[in-house]
Design a protein around this ligand. Structure first.
Ligand code: NAI
Length: 691
């Protein structure tokens, strides 16, 4: 940290926050601000103070790694810092470039004026960690910007640029350059006003909200909370805190603090913080695999179907050159059309400027000529999920791609080695398993084949980051991490149908737990025929002793292929799901129970949830012990990012670690008994006791 408390700029003191990389408000920085502020106040040559950071960050907020440690509670706590800033007799102006997030924005809110670079990003993202702003954000922000804008900023947790906030009342000046100069000018003018006009300093606490209007607005917001928001106490707490913003600041701050502390101690907030760190960790390769990535500027994508087109869009958005290859002109045109329509829709919706869309699309080279592959640094195959087809395609890729190219398959289930081994360079091959829609979903499984070299894996991880994805390393086993767990989970849910539950019982219980959708609604949405085809392919090798649930096959045989057919597990009228399954589906399910001599019995929602979660936990433990997942926390990232597992429950591993061990073990034994032959029971120690 800088030894000087502040720099003199004429009659001003410029205090520069200096805690790389993002000025998180750890104890040392808080202490330094208080000391510098006191010194500047005492310095008779200083008439006003400018508080600033660096180009990357004014301040990114609290130091999350201090949470729960004594340092977090050591004076000066953030509230003390802010009250000293607010109470300073000399004007204090925040000069904001880069990010001002969470505690960082709260610090700016306590200043007497705020000047920001137009690109600066400001926000209160606490809700994303199951928290509310804990140092005055819920009290000072609405006083400055009104309840509507405050709600929008805090309920969504997304940062906005100073340009977007220019008329919000939050910022006194928004400038295109030299933010510290502009803040100094503002500080001088405040000093003059103070001296000449005796204009008191503007303090957020002195603004009054209209109590009745605020109350009415918050009541409305309370009524409009979504079911998923209602499962997360932080949303209600945020509204409670905002309600208190009509009280005198000191009372409002106290209410905010109480609510913040309750949330901070909650399992939900711990789960969200666990995800936050797990996501950061997931993108790092284990030390034994670290290597320099190969440079990638041109990507070739083979197959311009659902996935190929989506992958092309994210590569174009990242500024890469994209060669999109199809087997014939007509299919190529359809694929290209998907990309074009995507950009047209973005522009029409006002989400992208036409010039930006045109610039991205200009990097697209559609082709049917395999010789074009020689231009690519990385090739991603996204053709039909059929081993023979993929092997043929990889032989061609091998013949045309240049020697240093990285070769990837987007297969969902197939053996990456069986694909790599048809080439003369299996060390250059890996899996890059994108999720659908590929331009939206953040998860990317980076699959390590038995021969994939470290720099090839590093290239996959780096490409993931370039595409703004969350890359997670996985071993090459059926379904990798995500589909393997999801398959086990879905199978368990099918067993519950035979045991006595209806699809809507299972779906609603899992939605009540927080899943975005239940497994049967998901199956209908994806189409049952994909699973049907796979089941038929596996039929010959399936162990007849296995407890196999044939309900899905029978639905398909009756033409119920899912939402696209107007009927699957559910019936669809005008594209809308009828909530309760119909008699035909119930007949199929009841017959399945009869055939297995099962007396159907109701299964309580809590049991449905526990069986589904235990199955995931069991499979997670197997994956970890087999080395398919290299870290337990990676599994949580995959399930939350790719499969709608509620983020605020932390993922299956985090969930399991909150349960009583003896109960987990005994319930798992029951589960194994009921699932019958073929269910492999894991030793949960590996999962519960690994870091
Ligand atoms: P799709 O059927 O929409 O597209 C496949 C495309 O590959 C078609 O346009 C086809 O013309 C083209 N193609 C087939 N053989 C070719 C060849 N020899 N040369 C050039 N092009 C060829 O399939 P989709 O859904 O895009 O899936 C592609 C791959 O992505 C599969 O391996 C699938 O398992 C995987 N995947 C699919 C996901 C999904 O939700 N659809 C999710 C994650 C992975």
């Amino acid at each position: 940290m800088n030894n000087h408390l502040y720099q003199h700029r004429g009659p001003l003191a410029v205090i520069t926050l200096d805690h790389p990389p993002v000025n998180s408000l750890g104890h040392a920085l808080r202490q330094r601000i208080v000391t510098a502020l006191a010194a500047a106040q005492a310095d008779s040559t200083v008439c006003a103070i400018v508080l600033t950071g660096n180009a990357k960050a004014f301040c990114a907020g609290a130091d999350v790694s201090e949470f729960g440690t004594p340092l977090q509670r050591a004076e000066p706590v953030l509230a003390t810092v802010l009250s000293q800033v607010e109470n300073c007799k000399k004007p204090v102006v925040a000069a904001i470039a880069g990010v001002a997030l969470g505690g960082g924005l709260e610090l700016a809110l306590a200043c007497h004026a705020r000047v920001a670079l137009e690109s600066a990003k400001l926000g209160l993202p606490e809700i994303l960690l199951g928290l509310i702003p804990g140092s005055g954000g819920t009290q000072r922000l609405p006083r400055l910007v009104g309840v509507d804008t405050a709600l929008a900023m805090m309920m969504g947790g997304q940062a906005q640029t100073a340009r977007q906030l220019v008329d919000s009342g939050l910022l006194d000046d928004v400038v295109s350059q030299d933010v510290v100069d502009a803040a100094c000018a503002r500080a001088i003018s405040l000093t003059d006003e103070l001296a000449v006009n005796k204009t008191p300093l503007s303090r957020a606490r002195d603004y009054q909200l209209n109590a009745a209007a605020t109350q009415a607005r918050i009541t409305l917001e309370r009524e409009n909370l979504t079911p998923r928001q209602r499962l997360q106490p932080a949303y209600t707490a945020l509204l409670d805190a905002l309600e208190a913003a009509t009280l005198p600041l000191i009372d409002g701050l106290q209410r905010e603090r109480e609510l913040f502390l309750q949330l901070q101690a909650s399992t939900q907030s711990k789960a969200l913080r666990h995800q936050f760190f797990a996501e950061r960790e997931a993108t790092k390769l284990p030390t034994n695999l670290q290597a320099a990535p190969r440079p990638v500027q041109t990507v070739a994508i083979i197959g311009a179907g659902t996935m190929g087109a989506g992958i092309a869009i994210c590569a174009l958005n990242a500024g890469l050159n994209v060669i999109l290859l199809e087997q014939d002109d007509a299919t190529l045109q359809r694929g290209q059309q998907r990309v074009t329509e995507h950009y047209q829709n973005r522009v029409a919706a006002g989400k992208m400027k036409a010039a930006v869309a045109a610039a991205a699309e200009a990097h697209l080279s559609p082709t049917t000529d395999w010789a074009q592959l020689s231009r690519a640094d990385l090739v991603i195959e996204a053709v039909f999920e059929d081993l023979a087809v993929k092997q043929e395609v990889f032989k061609k890729i091998d013949a045309h791609a240049r020697a240093s190219a990285v070769l990837a398959t987007n297969t969902s289930y197939l053996d990456v080695d069986a694909i790599a081994n048809v080439t003369a360079r299996p060390q250059d091959v890996l899996g890059l398993h994108f999720f659908s829609p590929a331009n939206v979903m953040k998860l990317l499984e980076v699959v390590r084949g038995s021969q994939s070299s470290a720099d090839v894996l590093a290239t996959g991880m780096t490409l993931g980051k370039t595409l703004k994805k969350l890359p997670v390393l996985t071993g090459n086993a059926f379904g990798f991490i995500g589909n393997r767990i999801y398959n086990a989970y879905r199978k368990q849910c099918e067993l519950m149908l035979e045991d006595g539950a209806w699809p809507e019982d299972v779906d609603s219980a899992l939605q009540a737990f927080g899943f975005a959708m239940g497994p049967f609604a998901v199956a209908d949405l994806s189409g049952l025929d994909i699973a049907w085809r796979m089941r038929k392919a596996q039929a010959a090798t399936r162990d007849p002793r296995e407890r196999y649930v044939a309900i899905l096959d029978q639905l398909c045989e009756n033409g119920r292929l899912g939402r696209k057919a107007g009927a699957g597990y559910y019936t669809y009228v005008d594209g809308k799901q009828v909530k309760v399954t119909d008699a035909a589906v119930r007949d199929i399910i009841t017959n399945a129970s009869k055939q297995r001599a099962i007396t159907r019995r109701e299964i309580a929602a809590s049991n449905i949830q526990r069986r589904a979660l235990l199955t995931m936990v069991n499979e997670a433990a197997l994956l970890l012990s087999e080395g398919v997942a290299s870290r337990a926390s990676d599994i949580d990232v995959v399930l939350v990012q790719g499969y709608g597992f509620p983020r605020w429950e932390g993922g299956p591993v985090f969930w399991a670690r909150q349960q009583e061990r003896a109960a987990l073990d005994s319930d798992l034994q029951t589960l194994a008994r009921e699932a019958g032959h073929g269910f492999v029971m894991a030793d949960l120690s590996v999962l519960l006791e690994s870091p």
